[in-house]
Ligand binder design. Sequence first.
Ligand SMILES: [Mg+2]
Length: 380
Amino acid sequence: MLAAGAAAPLSVGLARAAEAKKQFKITGLETDLLRVPAAPYSDAIHDFGGDGGGVVLRLKTDAGITGWAYSSFGMIAGGPRVVQTILEREIKPVVIGQDPAFPKKIRAELWRALEYQGVQGVTQFAMSAVDIAVWDILGKAAGMPVYKMLGAMRDRMPAYAMCGWYRQNDTDHSEYKRTIHETLEAGYRAFKVKVGRYGLDDDVERIEVGFKTAGKGIRIMVDANQAFDRVEALRRGRVYQQLGCYWYEEPIVPYDHEGYAELAAALDMRVACGENEYNKHGFMDLLLKKGADVVQPDNRRAGGPTEWMEIAAIADGFEVEVASHGGGAVNLNILCAMPNAIYMESGGKQKMVDGEVLAPEEPGMSSEPAAEFIAKHKVG
Ligand SMILES: [Mg+2]
C-alpha cells in the first residue's frame, strides 16, 4: 500500500476526473431461464408453441442502474439454456469491469472471446442481449429513451401484425378472420400471412380471404419462410404480386443471395429477407448482390442496437428499406433512429395511432420484462 500522503492527491484527482466523465462500471451479470409454452402455431416449415422459452439478462452497475434484455425462442427446448450458459460462463468475465458507455469496445472484445464457438448462431444471440442491456443502461443513465440517444428520425413507426399463422383446426378460416378483425380494431393498417406450407391454391385462398376480410386500404405481406427453391419461388411470387401483396418475405433459403437477386430482379413487388442473417457482414453480402428490397434484421441474430445502426446505414447506402423481424420496445427504439425504416413487425404493448406505434418515452430501452412474467415462467 502506498503512503497516504503520496497516494491521496492522485486518487482524489482520478476520482474527480471519473466523476466529471461520469464513468461507471458493469459489476454483475444475472440471468433467468424461462419456459413459455404457447398454443401450437406454424409457418411453412416450423411448428412453434410447446417448447418456447427464453433468457432474461440483467447487467448490474456500480451506479445502481440495471440494464435488461430478453432473448426468446419460439421453439427448441435446449436453445435458451445454451444462451444462458454462454452469458454466464463466457460473457460474464469479459463484461465485468467494463464501462457501459463503450458498447463498440464491449462488442469487439466479446467477438474475440466467442468467435471460436461461432461467428454465427447462438453466440450472437448472447452478444445481442448484452448490447441491448448496455444501451438500456446508457439510456437510463442519460434519462433518455434510446431512440433519441441513437439520433432519432421519428417518434413513431408504422407496424404490421402477424395474422395468418397456420393453425390447427381452422379449415374454415374462422380463427384467421377473427385475428384479422382484432388486428384492425387495434389500429393496424397492414398484416402478414404465411404461405408455402401447402400448394399454391391454398396460398391464394389465404391471401384472398385476407383481402376480403380486411377490406380496402389494408396492406398484406406474405412470408414463405424458406419453403421454395428458386423456380417455385418465382412461379408463386408472380401470383402473389398479381394479387397485390405488399412484400414477399424469405421465399428461399437465407444463404442463397444470388437466388434472392434473381427474384428481386424478376418481380416488381418488394422482396424482403434478413431475419436469418448474422451481423452487418451477412447483410453486406446480401446487399452487394442486390438480393433484397427490404432487409429485416432480427435483434437476436443481427446484433443489438450497435450492429443494427450499422446495418441500417449500409442498407440506406444501397437505397434499401429496413423492417424489423419481430417487434416491441427494443425494436421500436432502434427503428425510430433509422431514416430508412418502414415497418415494425407487431406493435408490442406500445400505444398505436393511425397504424403507427408511439415510441416509448421512458429512459433506456424499455426492455425489462414484467416481474410477473418472469416469476410465472422461471425455471432456472
Ligand atoms: Mg419471416
